[in-house]
Design a protein around this ligand. Structure first.
Ligand SMILES: O=P(O)(O)OC[C@H]1O[C@H](O[C@H]2O[C@H](CO)[C@@H](O)[C@H](O)[C@H]2O)[C@H](O)[C@@H](O)[C@@H]1O
Length: 271
């Protein structure tokens, strides 16, 4: 449903003909940017357990191999991890919220991180492990950023452990952002998924990408930076069931299943 419509039913599939029919015509080339967790795969109790459905993978592969689509997945996971989860070659993968880019030919682009900040990384993880990892919480080490997970932690400990994790992350010069049942700790550099999207589109799709067709879907606050970046140029979708959520996306869609229908709609235009 349109992002400001609070009344539409979330039981039906979104009408992608209505949302995109005038924007993406048969024969157009499109740049498709996607988030992974909560967008291409359902959220699960542990990141190792997520799986993209076979149908989703097949549709994404068909789009990526159509010759009419440029596809990039921009994830908070480390880049090799997200590539392994998706397993399609003809895609530009970006990980650690855009800090790392892995191209289909194996070359990489990594954002630089100040040495004094990078030197604090292991100390930050040690401190988190000593002080806030208990009763089911844990730290995911992604080499340049971390995620402090409390999805499986005993609920009564969560508010205090999340608040303390944020303090610890910030005390080592990193930025702490709330995410789904977690706190993300990222280096304090001027970079985010939106700037990564701009970089990837400009360097690998078209320097004049603002004159082209661009679509994005994501489910989390970090994805809002991409929605802002393509606002007015592209069309974006926030995966959420929250009708009151304020978003930069053009449309809200309710589920990973709706993302699958979005991919099938795009596939029908490009294959
Ligand atoms: O940008 P994304 O691709 O959406 O990645 C964001 C984070 O996703 C993972 O954590 C989230 O998904 C887990 C699996 O469903 C879930 O257990 C956890 O509660 C979520 O926060 C991943 O582990 C992180 O590294 C990513 O930053």
């Amino acid at each position: 449903w349109p992002a400001n419509d609070k009344h539409a039913s979330d039981m039906s599939q979104p009408d992608f003909d209505q949302y995109l029919g005038d924007y993406l015509k048969p024969g157009d080339t499109v740049a498709l940017l996607l988030d992974y967790d909560g967008t291409l795969a359902e959220l699960t109790s542990h990141p190792n357990l997520t799986q993209m459905s076979d149908e989703m993978r097949e549709s994404l592969r068909n789009i990526a191999n159509s010759g009419k689509a440029f596809v990039s997945v921009i994830s908070g996971r480390d880049v090799d991890g997200v590539k392994e989860k998706i397993g399609i070659n003809n895609i530009i993968y970006s990980g650690n919220h855009g800090l790392e880019v892995l191209y289909p030919n194996g070359t990489r682009h990594n954002q630089g991180i100040p040495k004094d900040v990078a030197d604090n990384f292991d100390k930050m993880i040690d401190h988190l492990n000593r002080e806030v990892v208990h009763h089911g919480s844990w730290v995911e080490n992604k080499r340049v950023s971390i995620t402090f997970h409390f999805r499986e932690a005993e609920q009564k400990y969560v508010p205090e452990m999340a608040a303390r994790a944020k303090e610890i992350i910030e005390s080592y010069g990193y930025r702490a952002n709330p995410a789904h049942a977690s706190v993300e700790g990222k280096p304090p550099i001027q970079w985010n998924k939106g700037l990564a999207a701009e970089y990837i589109l400009g360097s690998s799709f078209d320097p004049n990408w603002r004159t082209r067709k661009v679509l994005f879907a994501g489910d989390d606050t970090t994805d809002e930076d991409v929605m802002k970046m393509i606002k007015g140029t592209g069309r974006s979708f926030r995966v959420t069931k929250d009708k009151d959520l304020v978003t930069n996306a053009d449309y809200k869609i309710p589920s990973v299943d709706a993302v699958y229908h979005l991919l099938k709609w795009i596939e029908s235009r490009v294959v």
